[in-house]
Ligand binder design. Structure first.
Ligand SMILES: Nc1ncnc2c1ncn2[C@@H]1O[C@H](COP(=O)(O)OP(=O)(O)OP(=O)(O)O)[C@@H](O)[C@H]1O
Ligand SMILES: [Mg+2]
Length: 296
C-alpha cells in the first residue's frame, strides 16, 4: 500500500531550512494496521501529510497504492485525495461543523464532492456506533463521539488508506481505546489499511507493528511477538497485561545503504554525543560494535 524510499522533506522559510524527513524508508502492506511513534518534531505529521498528499516531498520515492505521489499532476493529486485516502486529525474541529447534526456533518463532504448519499451516511454512523445520535448537533456530542463522526467522514468516500494523526490525543483513555477498537474493526472487516500516529505507547502496543521515527528517519520497529487477539485471550484467561518489552520485540532497521540507527539509550549508556567512530567486527554470524574508546 505504501512504499517510501529515501523520502526527504525540507521546509523552506524566509531564512531557514528545516529538514523534517531525512531519507525515510517505510513499507506498509495492504491491510495492515500499524502505528508510528516518535518524539515531538521527529517528522510524524510531515510523513502523514506526504502520504495524504497535503504536501509534496522534496525528494525520494513515495508510492501509495501504485500512485507515484512525487510525480503526480495537481489534478491527479486532487483525485487521489478524493478516492484513495481518508484523514482523521487530533483536533476534529478542523473538519466538523458544530451547529450541524452528526448526520449533516457526514453528508456535507459528500455534497461537496457532488454525490449526497443519505443511506451511505446512515450506514457510516451505524458503523461508528452513533446511529442513536445522528440528529444531535455536533456541539451536543462528547469529544469521543465527535471523533467518531470525524472517522465516519473520513470513510465517506471508501478510502483504501486511513491516516490518523494523533486521533486520540484529545480524549480520555477509555474513549481512546474505543476508537482503537473501531480502527481494528474497520481493518479486520473492511480490509482498510490504517496508519496511526500517536504519542500514546499504550495505544501503540495494541497494534501488531510500531515504527519509531527519530530525526526524520525510521529508527526502529516494535513487532508484536504474539497477535493482539492471542494476547487478549491470555488476559481474559487471567494473565496480566504484558509490558512493552514482554509483548514486543524491538528491531533496529538497516536501510538500503546499510546504515543502522543505534537506539538512543545505548548511545547514552556509551556516553556518545554527536559523531564518533566505533570498531565493527564479526564474530561467527554476529556483528559486534565496540564502545567508542575501546579499539582493541
Ligand atoms: N510548515 C512547516 N514549515 C516549517 N517547518 C515545519 C513545518 N511543519 C513542520 N515543520 C518542522 O518539521 C519538523 C517535523 O515536524 P512534524 O510536525 O512532522 O513533527 P511531529 O513528529 O508531527 O511532532 P509532534 O509530535 O509535535 O506533532 C519540526 O522541526 C517542525 O518544526
Ligand atoms: Mg505532529
Amino acid at each position: 500500500m505504501v512504499e517510501c524510499e529515501n523520502l526527504v522533506k525540507i521546509y523552506k522559510t524566509a531564512e531557514i531550512e528545516v529538514v523534517a524527513l531525512q531519507g525515510l524508508d517505510l513499507i506498509v502492506e495492504d491491510g495492515e494496521l500499524m502505528a508510528i511513534i516518535g518524539n515531538s518534531g521527529s517528522g510524524k505529521s510531515t510523513l502523514l501529510n506526504m502520504l495524504g498528499a497535503l504536501d509534496r516531498p522534496s525528494a525520494g520515492k513515495l508510492l501509495v497504492d501504485g500512485n507515484d505521489l512525487s510525480k503526480m499532476s495537481t489534478q491527479g493529486l486532487v483525485e487521489y485525495k478524493r478516492k484513495t485516502v481518508g484523514f482523521v486529525w487530533q483536533n476534529n474541529a478542523r473538519n466538523l461543523v458544530p451547529y450541524l447534526s452528526a448526520l449533516d456533518n457526514v453528508l456535507l463532504p459528500m455534497i461537496l464532492s457532488g454525490k449526497q448519499r443519505k443511506e451511505k451516511a446512515l450506514e457510516l454512523l451505524d458503523l461508528v456506533g452513533l446511529s442513536h445520535r445522528r440528529n444531535n448537533k455536533l456541539q451536543q456530542l462528547s469529544g469521543g463521539e465527535q471523533q467518531r463522526v470525524a472517522i465516519a467522514i473520513a470513510l465517506a468516500n471508501d478510502p483504501k488508506l486511513l491516516l490518523a494523526d494523533e486521533p486520540t490525543g484529545a480524549v480520555d483513555t477509555k474513549t481512546s481505546s474505543q476508537i482503537l477498537d473501531l480502527f481494528r474493526h474497520l481493518n479486520k472487516h473492511a480490509g482498510l489499511t490504517i496508519i496511526i500516529v500517536t504519542h500514546d505507547r499504550q495505544l501503540a502496543r495494541k497494534v501488531d507493528r510500531v515504527v519509531a521515527i527519530r530525526d526524520g528517519r525510521t529508527s526502529s520497529e516494535l513487532i508484536r511477538k504474539k497477535s493482539y487477539a492471542e494476547e487478549i485471550s491470555e488476559i481474559q484467561s487471567g494473565e496480566s497485561l504484558k509490558s512493552d518489552e514482554e509483548s514486543h520485540l524491538e528491531m533496529a532497521v538497516i536501510d538500503k545503504a546499510g546504515r543502522l540507527q543505534i537506539p538512543k539509550e545505548f548511545l547514552e549508556a556509551w556516553g556518545v554525543r554527536g559523531k564518533s567512530m566505533v570498531r565493527v567486527d564479526m564474530e561467527g554470524n554476529r556483528v559486534i560494535l565496540y564502545p567508542p574508546n575501546e579499539h582493541q
